[in-house]
Write a new protein. Structure first.
Length: 112
């Protein structure tokens, strides 16, 4: 039964991760092509909301905390279907991409 619950959590966590990939890369794409629309602001809001959730849970995704009940694994990807290296550096990689997108967004807005 533990494995079934962990599999469900890993699946949900992976879908959420994919969703935020779409959000972050849409944001980056939109600011690169200078298409600052309402979706850009929705993306910024979603990522900020995600960041607030991570801060609230001491930089852990709530799904990771739930998954910990069903696994003793010390691997970084025990709770998500990602390569271990990507799970380990996920926050650094995607925060960097987000900050680049926001920096470019600020540049676009300031140069109008």
């Amino acid at each position: 039964m533990k494995i079934d619950k962990l599999l469900i959590i890993k699946s949900i966590h992976t879908v959420v991760w994919l969703f935020f990939n779409v959000v972050i890369f849409y944001l980056l794409y939109a600011v690169i092509i200078n298409n600052i629309d309402h979706w850009v602001w929705i993306c910024v809001g979603l990522v900020i909301l995600e960041g607030m959730v991570l801060l609230l849970f001491k930089m852990f995704c709530p799904l990771t905390i739930i998954a910990r009940k069903y696994s003793n694994s010390t691997k970084d990807n025990f709770d998500i279907f990602l390569p271990n290296w990507l799970a380990k550096y996920n926050k650094i990689i995607y925060t960097s991409i987000f900050l680049i997108a926001v920096g470019l967004l600020v540049y676009r807005l300031m140069s109008k």
